[in-house]
Design a protein around this ligand. Structure first.
Ligand code: ZN
Length: 440
């Protein structure tokens, strides 16, 4: 007697991916990243342990489109202490305590002045906010509202052991060539300090996706950018304008570890193939483009107008923990990361397989029974496609309709059409249009 197989081994491997991505997030969580500096570099080196990332260093002062690469920011420590030396707020406890890009400081500060440099979230009294001041020189601390209420002394010692000096802006790039020069661009920001969902979840999913894509030959070429938000995409665009026209699809990945539903934010065009694929896969979860959010703002600026959308679960700014100390390791989940990886993979497969076909028997319906296709339907492939799917593919295999066109017109899922097309190719009833044209 044969025993039915238990869960396919593939499912076990996939479950491990979610756990492994979570582990990567745990390892990267304590690092103080910013748009420049050692924390960012350390993060990129960590990613490079998983995939062969090229590390780029752009010198401070370099012009990039309308921007200038800023000075490099590095922090050794920062604290607020009472005058008798008791540290009451310490960067060592949470790197969110220091406003990013605060300059160095060591002096006694009166209570009134200190409070002008303190940021809190009064409506969430236990959480520390995340604040930056990249392009306005200054200093500041982020405290929980509860901590801030304890600042009752008349003066405090404020110490910021930080340097803001000429250095480099670092970013990581991975190009995976395929048989076509058309590129699928994935972009992930890596500039947030100890925040798990906004930042680290995107990094982990993109790293696992890149290693999966690199594992086998692909039709499209792929490019992964691990960059500091805004200035990183601007630096890349400034240095790589000739590549821009080759990018036929793109996704910014962010906030992919929380349990919320998926959200797809369309590219500026709204009708690019990537927009249509996502509308097909996530029909009720598509939002129109707005010129706000992540690096899609740069890719979709009018001078580039790239077909780049943004895939998230709970969108930036929409969940209470966003940009606060509550966006921590408890907010992200291995199973959410797993689902996100699977979702992006589904998109990659849809785009890879979105070919146009030409029927080899376009006059009248071909006799399917003679070719064993009914047997296939009755047998193991019953779940994959049915007769209706075969008929749609045969009818629209006119060299003009892509598989995605067929999916939209027939209102059938892409994987089902893919399976039917594969079966029809196997009996030479249809051929990929390019190949068919080549043979004609
Ligand atoms: Zn953010």
């Amino acid at each position: 007697m044969s025993v039915p197989l238990r869960a396919a081994p593939a499912a076990e491997v996939r479950a491990t991916d979610g756990t492994a991505m979570y582990r990567m997030i745990e390892e990267l969580f304590p690092i103080c990243r910013s748009i420049t500096g050692e924390g960012l570099r350390q993060t990129l080196r960590h990613i490079a342990r998983h995939v062969p990332l090229v590390l780029h260093e752009v010198p401070s002062g370099t012009k990039a489109l309308d921007w200038t690469i800023p000075n490099e920011w590095n922090v050794k420590g920062a604290y607020i202490a009472t005058l008798d030396g008791r540290r009451i707020v310490d960067f060592a406890h949470s790197n969110l305590h220091l406003v990013q890009y605060s300059h160095g400081l060591d002096r006694i500060v009166g209570r009134e002045e200190l409070l002008r440099h303190v940021h809190t979230l009064p409506e969430r009294p236990a959480w520390i906010p995340y604040r930056t001041s990249y392009y306005n020189e200054g200093w500041g601390f982020c405290l929980s509202e509860r901590q801030a209420r304890t600042l009752t002394d008349t003066a405090y010692r404020v110490v910021i052991d930080a340097t803001l000096a000429p250095g480099y802006l670092s970013y990581g790039e991975l190009a995976i060539p395929g048989s076509s020069t058309d590129e699928f661009l994935f972009s992930v920001h890596c500039c947030h300090p100890s925040l798990a969902n906004d930042n680290l979840s995107g990094i982990a999913v993109a790293t696992w996706l890149a290693s999966r894509i690199a594992a086998a030959p692909r039709r499209l070429s792929y490019r992964f950018l691990f960059i500091p938000g805004t200035i990183g995409s601007i630096a890349w665009l400034a240095a790589n304008e000739p590549i821009v026209p080759r990018v036929t699809h793109g996704l910014v990945l962010s906030c992919l570890g929380d349990p919320g539903a998926f959200t797809y934010k369309q590219s500026r065009r709204g009708t690019a193939e990537i927009d249509r694929v996502l509308a097909h896969v996530l029909p009720h979860l598509v939002q129109p483009f707005i010129p706000y959010g992540y690096d899609e703002r740069q890719y979709c600026s009018p001078g580039f107008d790239m077909p780049v959308g943004c895939l998230m679960r709970s969108p930036n700014g929409s969940y209470p923990e966003y940009h606060s100390s509550a966006d921590d390791l408890a907010l992200v989940r291995p199973d959410s990361l797993q689902q996100s990886l699977d979702m992006v993979w589904q998109v990659v497969e849809a785009v890879e397989g979105n070919l146009t076909y030409r029927s080899q028997n376009p006059k009248g319906e071909p006799q399917l029974g003679r070719r064993g296709l009914y047997r296939a339907i009755g047998g193991q492939q019953a779940q994959e496609f049915d007769q209706m799917t075969l008929l749609w593919v045969l009818n629209l295999a006119d060299g003009k309709h892509s598989l995605l066109d067929m999916a939209e017109r027939a209102q059938l899922p892409l994987p089902k059409l893919r399976a039917a097309a594969d079966a029809l190719v196997a009996v030479d009833l249809i051929r990929p249009a390019a190949a068919a044209a080549h043979k004609d």
